[in-house]
Write a protein that binds this ligand. Structure first.
Ligand code: ZN
Length: 219
């Protein structure tokens, strides 16, 4: 078992002394059914490589004749400055994503603490009436019958995990008159929405290099 490879000449380089090639590879298959994968295009010319790189997508594309592809020649300094720009954008996006993960983790902790607190309180009196009187108003469950139908014969550890979710946490804190927690939830969800918006905007500022020269592949 090995790996099969071959190279296909796509077009001439800019100076005409070399070529632009595409590499292909396939896992060696015992029955000879190759599934060829492109390993990308390469500029095979020492002379051109000093100043140019080859790309298949650029910021200023041109239309290729039918059945052909366009190989773009991009100046190395252009490629470098675009890479520096995109790296900077990537760094800002990952800082935002890190903050987002931290906020989601804090929200998860808050939910876990709330469940623990409610379960402990419910453990103090095992009568359905007592449990309903405490948790019913917090969950917005109006009647004992409704509560009984929801929790059945399950224990608080089971039904609290099911009924107390991140989605209704803000409402629950409101019903519990916890202004600080309500405010924290409000600020957190606003910040998460901001992060999403900023990350999208940053993503849109990523760019491709501009090309000064191009060649069409051989028909
Ligand atoms: Zn050349």
């Amino acid at each position: 078992m090995g790996t099969e490879r071959y190279q296909k000449e796509l077009t001439q380089c800019l100076c005409g002394r070399g070529t632009v090639d595409e590499g292909f590879w396939a896992d060696d298959h015992p029955f000879g059914n190759y599934n060829w994968n492109s390993s990308g295009i390469q500029l095979n010319c020492e002379n051109c490589r000093a100043n140019w790189s080859v790309q298949e997508s650029v910021a200023n594309p041109v239309l290729a004749p039918s059945g052909q592809r366009v190989i773009y020649f991009v100046r190395r300094e252009e490629q470098r400055s675009v890479a520096v720009h995109n790296d900077g954008v990537e760094k800002q996006i990952s800082a935002l994503r890190k903050e987002e993960r931290e906020l989601r983790e804090l929200t998860g902790n808050k939910l876990r603490d709330l469940r623990t607190e409610l379960i402990a309180k419910l453990g103090q009196d095992s009568r359905l009436e007592a449990r309903f009187a405490f948790i019913g108003p917090i969950l917005g469950i109006g009647t004992k019958e409704e509560f009984r139908a929801k929790v059945g014969k399950t224990r608080p550890t089971t039904y609290i995990s099911k009924l107390v979710t991140a989605r209704i946490m803000t409402e629950m804190f409101q019903r519990m008159n916890r202004a600080t927690d309500v405010e924290w939830m409000r600020r957190t969800s606003e910040r998460l929405a901001d992060i999403e918006g900023q990350a999208k905007e940053l993503e849109a500022t990523k760019t491709l290099p501009r090309s000064d020269e191009h060649r069409f592949t051989r028909a």
